[in-house]
Design a protein around this ligand. Structure first.
Ligand SMILES: O=C[C@H](O)[C@H](O)[C@H](O)COP(=O)(O)O
Length: 225
């Protein structure tokens, strides 16, 4: 079975956790797409939920499918959030942000009682870091942060789109860094990065995930923390 279908297998398992009356966080990306599509269908069939979107793209899709989208402030707290990941390890740690949505995704995950991550089997790794870690930076500081990250031997590369600097929904930059050979623990690395002024957030999600659902062929493998 192709990776695209494994994404759908994981997504369809995850939406079983959703019940009427819930506030639901909607992730971003090609895996989250299948989850949003499934929720749209459930709403058509009578499910009543309110949703908070982690990106403009997700919000647009959700509204198109008839899902009631509210702000995080209106929701106050989320019952469950379902989101994708670029990599997930055995300890429920993630790299996210390949699609540039890491900042809102991390805020939504932090404000959610239950965080479910869905992925195809290619995303499941023993060690995080083959995927370059995205970090979101304030444009005013980006070039100096790149110099600092070069000094930390993290091979920073500013993300581009159509030859221009990529801009997030919050109008920030993304720098992708190589953490594969970083000789510090991920928690330490996260702390080090967050102390650099101008780094708004990193794509390391180390503690928020409660459930990981991996599509393996036509099976959904559910792992609970
Ligand atoms: O910024 C994007 C998000 O973190 C996505 O959830 C992540 O990049 C995985 O995306 P996809 O499901 O398209 O591989």
């Amino acid at each position: 079975m192709s990776a695209v279908n494994e994404k759908k297998v994981a997504a369809l398992e995850a939406v079983k956790f959703i019940e009427s009356g819930m506030n639901v966080g909607l992730g971003t990306g090609s895996t989250a797409f299948f989850m949003i599509e499934a929720i749209g269908e459930m709403v058509q069939n009578g499910l009543h939920i309110k949703a908070v979107a982690t990106s403009n793209e997700t919000e647009k899709l959700a509204r198109k499918l008839g899902i009631d989208v509210i702000t995080l402030a209106q929701a106050k707290r989320l019952n469950v959030t379902i989101d994708g990941a670029d990599e997930v390890d055995q300890d429920f740690q993630l790299i996210k942000g390949g699609g540039g949505a890491l900042l809102r995704e991390k805020i939504v995950a932090h404000n959610s009682d239950l965080n479910i991550v869905i992925a195809d089997s290619s995303k499941s790794v023993k060690k995080l870091g083959k995927f370059k870690l995205p970090i979101e930076t304030i444009p005013f500081a980006t070039q100096l942060i790149i110099k600092e990250l070069e000094g930390m031997k993290l091979s920073p590369v500013q993300r581009l789109k159509d030859g221009e600097h990529y801009r997030t929904d919050e109008n920030n930059d993304i720098i992708d860094i190589d953490i594969w050979d970083a000789d510090v623990k991920l928690t330490t690395l996260e702390q080090q990065l967050k102390t650099i002024p101008g780094i708004v957030e990193t794509g390391l999600f180390l503690t928020t995930t409660n459930i990981v659902i991996i599509g393996e062929g036509d099976q959904a493998v559910v792992k609970k923390r």
